[in-house]
Design a protein around this ligand. Structure first.
Ligand SMILES: [Zn+2]
Ligand SMILES: [Zn+2]
Length: 354
């Protein structure tokens, strides 16, 4: 099969023919990938970031943690899925073990033996992928959602959904500022706008801010030209109910916290990068005097999928509008390397392997 393979960190990844994966055990399934989204986490892994967070791929590795496709083969113990089923593969692969309290609560994203597909094992930049504990981890992809749209339900869209809706508990009429108009940020803005929140986008690219407006942002701030905290405070007359750092890093994290009104809550989805190595100093005294909350969010528990899919089916969500480019696997290496300059606008999805 054709696959993009990470052989050496920071070197353009070759696309080559490799052996197809085999079932790892009776609980696994082989999924034929129909679409794999190009997520910024791929760039971090390629750059050899995140060793300090305990998530670094062993090489060689086929990255790709945001994909959907069709079940090709199932192990003998798999009962809920069969060949031909359309499936989403959430990137947080849980063990589904009865002794793991998190998995038993449906929180595969917090599994004690969590494995990130496309980092801890080979992922969706190859045409076929072995998915462990298939009954526990796979989610049915509704017929109404096309494959190229469904891929983002494996990482960026669902991560934003869990963060904004469940963790931050955003309500209609509340104000939200999103730092970073990338895939996570755009998804969060679109979801919050669809629920009736007032949404402000902050980025340093006018092109991305234009895109943010088109998917639901009510106001935009270019942080290259103005102090974003002052701008957000001015727009909202005192600060937002919810701030999201979709990017990760000292500046966006602290600016997010400082954009809050009294009682507001900050949601952190972006992991830090090589500059911070996981540590950011927070304005704790200000947070106390304003009773601000700092909330983190990782992926999405499997039990929230039915609610999210229902929201997509019944609400004003247009997954198509979030995806700007459908590309072949041969274009993926250059797109990932261009993420150093934050070039891609919107979300790019690989949906061709030939
Ligand atoms: Zn991702
Ligand atoms: Zn578990």
């Amino acid at each position: 099969m054709r696959a993009m393979v990470l052989e050496k960190f920071k070197e353009i990844m070759p696309v080559k023919d490799v052996a197809e994966p085999k079932l790892s055990d009776g609980n696994s399934a082989i999924v034929r990938v129909e679409a794999n989204g190009i997520c910024r986490s791929d760039w971090h892994w390629w750059m050899q970031d995140w060793g300090w967070a305990g998530i670094e791929p062993e090489l060689p590795r086929i990255l790709g943690h945001e994909f959907c496709g069709v079940v090709e083969e199932t192990g003998k113990n798999v009962t809920d899925f069969k060949k031909g089923d359309r499936v989403i593969v959430p990137f947080t692969i849980g063990d589904g073990d009865h002794n793991c309290s998190h998995c038993m609560e449906g929180k595969n994203n917090l599994c004690d033996n969590l494995s990130i597909i496309g980092c801890g094992s080979d992922g969706g930049y190859g045409k076929y992928v072995n998915v462990q504990n298939a009954d526990f981890n796979l989610v049915t992809l509704p017929e109404s959602i096309e494959f190229f749209e469904g891929s983002v339900l494996g990482c960026r869209f669902m991560t934003s959904y869990h963060g904004i809706v469940e963790r931050a508990g955003i309500q209609p009429g509340e104000t939200l500022v999103v730092y970073g108009a990338g895939g996570i940020g755009m998804s969060a803005m679109h979801i919050a706008a669809s629920m009736g929140a007032f949404v402000i986008a902050v980025d340093i690219s006018d092109e991305k801010l234009d895109k943010a407006r088109s998917i639901g942002a009510n106001a935009v701030v270019n942080a290259k030209n103005v102090n974003p905290v002052e701008a957000v405070t001015e727009i909202t007359k005192g600060g937002v109910d919810v701030s999201l750092d979709a990017l990760g890093g000292r500046e966006t994290t602290v600016n997010g916290v400082l954009s809050l009104k009294k009682g507001g809550r900050h949601i952190q989805i972006g992991l830090t990068s090589a500059l911070e190595k996981g540590e950011v100093a927070l304005p704790v005294d200000i947070m106390i005097t304003k009773e601000n909350s700092f909330i983190s969010s990782l992926g999405m528990p499997r039990l929230e999928y039915p609610k999210m899919l229902s929201h997509i089916a019944n609400g004003n969500i247009r997954l198509k509008d979030l995806i700007t480019k459908r590309v072949s696997i041969d274009e993926a290496p250059a797109i990932i390397s261009s993420m150093a300059e934050f070039k891609p606008v919107g979300m790019s999805v690989v949906d061709r392997w030939q």
